[in-house]
Structures are given as C-alpha cells and as structure tokens.
Design a protein around this ligand. Structure first.
Ligand SMILES: [Zn+2]
Length: 50
C-alpha cells in the first residue's frame, strides 16, 4: 500500500507512506521533509560553507 502523505517542505518532493513506513520525516513542528533535506538540516556541521 502506498499513500501520499504530503510534500517535502524544502524541495517539494512527494512523501509517501509505504506499508506503514514513511518515505521521509515528520518533524515536531509538523513539517514534512524527505530524508535528503532532513539530514542536511540535522547535520549542518557536516556541510561547511567553504
Ligand atoms: Zn526534500
């Protein structure tokens, strides 16, 4: 089963729920992000602005 949950708040990619597994991350602020954007947000120290 594949259910459209919403779109990534950053890149607008569609986020689906696949057999109960969310294809992204729901934050405490009720925002939805794909894994790529979420990881970029969570680890800013790994992406120095050089
Ligand atoms: Zn995204």
């Amino acid at each position: 089963m594949k259910e459209l949950v919403g779109c990534c708040s950053n890149c607008k990619k569609e986020i689906y729920c696949l057999d109960g597994f969310l294809n992204g991350v729901h934050t405490d602020a009720k925002e939805l992000y794909c894994f790529d954007c979420y990881e970029r947000q969570e680890k800013p120290e790994k992406n120095p602005q050089s």
